[in-house]
Write a protein that binds this ligand. Structure first.
Ligand code: CUA
Length: 156
C-alpha cells in the first residue's frame, strides 16, 4: 500500500465509523431510554379536546390487576387532573395531550419525560414501586405561568 493510500484510508475509516457510531447511539437511546420522535400514537383536534375521548374524562382508571391508565390534559397553566393516586407497584400508562400550546410532562424519579403537543397524543408507561409523592412538572417553557404548572402522583 502506498503512502497516499494509507493517508486516504485514515480518512475513509473514521468517516464511515462516525455515522455508524451515531446510528448506534440513536438505537441505544431508543432501546434503553425509550426516546423517540412523536409518533402516530393518535391525533386529535386540539380545539375539541374537552369532547374527545379519553380526554373528555381526565383522571386515572384501573385497567387490570396492578395496571392503570392516567389520562392527563396539559393546559395553560395546569394539569388536569393535578393529582392521581395509585397503589404501590402500579404500572401506569400515561395518555396525555395539550389543550393549547406545547407543554411537557416529567415525573420525578421515573423515566416519564414526554412532550404534550396540541393535536398529538403522547403515551408513556412507568411502574411505581415505592410509595410516596412523585412531583409532576412541565419541562417546556409555555408562558408566564410555566413555573406554576405542577401536579403529583401519589403512590399509596
Ligand atoms: Cu406548561 Cu411549561
Amino acid at each position: 500500500m502506498s503512502r497516499e493510500q494509507k493517508i486516504e484510508l485514515s480518512w475513509i475509516i473514521p468517516s464511515a465509523l462516525i455515522p455508524i457510531a451515531l446510528l448506534g447511539l440513536l438505537l441505544y437511546a431508543y432501546v434503553t431510554h425509550g426516546i423517540h420522535v412523536p409518533g402516530q400514537e393518535g391525533m386529535i383536534d386540539p380545539r375539541a379536546i374537552s369532547q374527545t375521548a379519553p380526554f373528555n374524562t381526565p383522571g386515572v382508571v384501573q385497567t387490570g390487576p396492578g395496571t392503570y391508565q392516567a389520562t392527563i390534559v396539559g393546559k395553560m397553566w395546569t394539569f388536569e387532573p393535578k393529582e392521581i393516586r395509585v397503589k404501590a407497584g402500579a404500572e401506569v400508562t400515561f395518555v396525555a395531550s395539550s389543550a393549547d400550546v406545547i407543554h411537557g410532562m416529567r415525573i420525578q424519579g421515573t423515566n416519564v419525560n414526554i412532550m404534550l403537543l396540541p393535536g398529538q397524543i403522547s403515551r408513556k408507561t412507568a411502574r411505581f414501586v415505592k410509595p410516596g409523592e412523585y412531583l409532576l412538572i412541565c419541562p417546556e417553557y409555555c408562558g408566564i405561568g410555566h413555573h406554576l404548572m405542577s401536579g403529583k402522583v401519589i403512590v399509596e
